[in-house]
Design a protein around this ligand. Sequence first.
Ligand code: F6P
Length: 195
Amino acid sequence: PRPILLTRHGESLDNVRGRIGGDSSLSEVGLLYSRKLASFIEKRLASERTASIWTSTLQRSILTAHPIIGFPKIQWRALDEINAGICDGMTYDEVKKNKPEEYESRGKDKLRYRYPRGESYLDVIQRLEPVIIELERQRAPVVVISHQAVLRALYAYFADRPLEELPNIEIPLHTVIEIQMGVAGVQEKRYKLMD
Ligand code: F6P
């Protein structure tokens, strides 16, 4: 059975600064992950005749895929991180201080809360529909290099997690989550490539 390999991009400069959204590049640590990921993928998919690498259109995702050679890469806008609208580029502390009402509403209902001029988790789930259809249609393995909120939605779909739990699922950096869909149901393995 064909695996789906899910990973966040390597640590970005905005991750280091604690800023949400943005389109920053990778930190040194993030660059190291991109190389570790490439050698992991090379070994893991060595026996596969075909496979493809799917990224978002954001720098940190594209740069994480960069060292992987030998497989076609596809950029999906639908894999871009949740759009934080007017809060894009802020830290959580800045949101709390400058937009206390927004901070509070999000805390009350993270799944349905929509950032002004941005998106909610429900919006993200909806825009992922074509990606999910395409993933299910694939006969070969797919490596998805995306972002925290988007991967929560994809993971919840494949691992059959309840909607209410979805916005708080832990998707750590520098870890590959492998999902296998077989006759016996869904199996999951995690590979922590770096601390
Ligand atoms: O902090 C990294 C990040 O990908 C942000 O860009 C994004 O806004 C956030 O995670 C999503 O996580 P949460 O919904 O928990 O704020």
